[in-house]
Design a protein around this ligand. Structure first.
Ligand code: XMP
Length: 319
């Protein structure tokens, strides 16, 4: 892509000019935006970039290994893997309110990030994958009271706390352009074409109390669902697809006996920007196959339902 090749060169030059010989830290989330930011900044300043991957333990199956494998091993980018799952889980003990989950995770996230960023030494800049729509959203003051439906966390507040400048090489781009730039930089398609994933991760796909056992069930069921979506060739038609483990048990039959296990909800939506969304009209055969596999293969789930709510009035996530 000619445009993206030119953009890449300009962005690399701009990063070098801004950063000089200072050190930069970048938080990796497993998402496309932070991945493209990291590879671009690494191209500009090499080893003076260190990435910090705060592993909340709320990631999907195989995701943490994938992130570490791609950046540390494939791209050779210095990477700190802050494997803090137990710390997040302990802090979430007894927390059931969705906003409280976000705040709890957001706070620890920043603490962990700061601890590691400070351990690098001489860091003067924070690189982040802010996109154009984020820029517009944060400056569009219409005068009326704004209603926050869900608070999103990032490393907000950290630049001030650590006195860091910002490097935001994607500020002029939309999501599809970020994906094109990612391809230009040689990021694998599987990474570049990924569905968005929320910062609080599986914590907000597990309504009610979060336990290690529930997370394990959800993680496995979600992986089976996504595998079927990929096998059916539907992944790229869908904006986001995931499973949510409901805090409800239902009765079923298993062999000669009775089962009493969790209900799993499947969600898949199409969308352009996440602001509005339609539920995805899967064939019934497909849904039946996924339900059959999950109930057979994932212990702890004996009933699967499909969410047919569009946004609005629903939201994409369950919490
Ligand atoms: P909702 O559920 O509000 O989601 O319709 C819209 C988009 O935002 C994502 N989302 C989040 N992303 N932190 C994030 O980084 C969050 O707390 C959060 N909540 C929702 C959601 O996955 C969808 O893409």
């Amino acid at each position: 892509d000619w445009t993206m090749a030119a953009y890449r060169d300009e962005a690399v030059a701009a990063i070098r000019a801004k950063v000089g010989d200072a050190r930069v830290v970048c938080g990796l989330s497993g998402g496309v935006d932070s991945a493209v930011t990291a590879v671009l900044v690494h191209e500009a300043i090499g080893e003076r970039l260190t990435c910090v991957f705060v592993d909340t333990g709320m990631m999907r199956e195989g995701e943490a290994d994938e992130v570490v494998g791609l950046f540390r091993d494939h791209h050779n980018i210095p990477l700190i893997h802050a494997d803090e799952g137990p710390r997040f889980l302990a802090a979430l003990d007894g927390v059931t309110d969705p906003e409280q989950k976000r705040k709890t995770i957001g706070k620890i996230f920043i603490d962990v990030f700061q601890e590691h960023a400070e351990s690098i030494g001489k860091v003067k800049f924070l690189a982040q994958g802010t996109l154009y729509p984020d820029v517009i959203e944060s400056v569009s003051v219409t005068g009326g009271p704004s209603v926050t439906i869900k608070s999103h966390h990032n490393v907000g507040g950290l630049p001030e706390r650590m006195n860091l400048g910002l490097v935001e090489p994607l500020r002029a781009l939309f999501k599809d352009e970020v994906r094109a730039l990612g391809r230009e930089l040689g990021l694998p398609e599987r990474f570049v074409g990924r569905h968005p994933f929320p910062g609080p991760g599986l914590a907000i796909r597990c309504p009610g109390e979060i336990t290690a056992e529930k997370l394990a069930i959800l993680r496995r069921a979600d992986a089976v669902y996504l595998e079927e979506i990929r096998n059916a060739g539907l992944y790229d038609e869908i904006w986001q697809a995931f499973a949510a483990l409901l805090p409800v048990r239902s009765v079923g039959v298993m062999g000669d006996g009775r089962s009493y296990d969790y209900v799993l909800a499947l969600r898949a939506v199409t969308s352009v920007d996440g602001m509005t969304a339609d539920y995805y009209p899967f064939e019934h055969d497909f849904l039946g196959r996924v339900a059959g596999r999950i109930i057979n293969e994932v212990r702890g789930v004996n009933r699967v339902v499909y969410d047919v709510t569009s946004k609005p009035p629903g939201t994409i996530e369950w919490e």
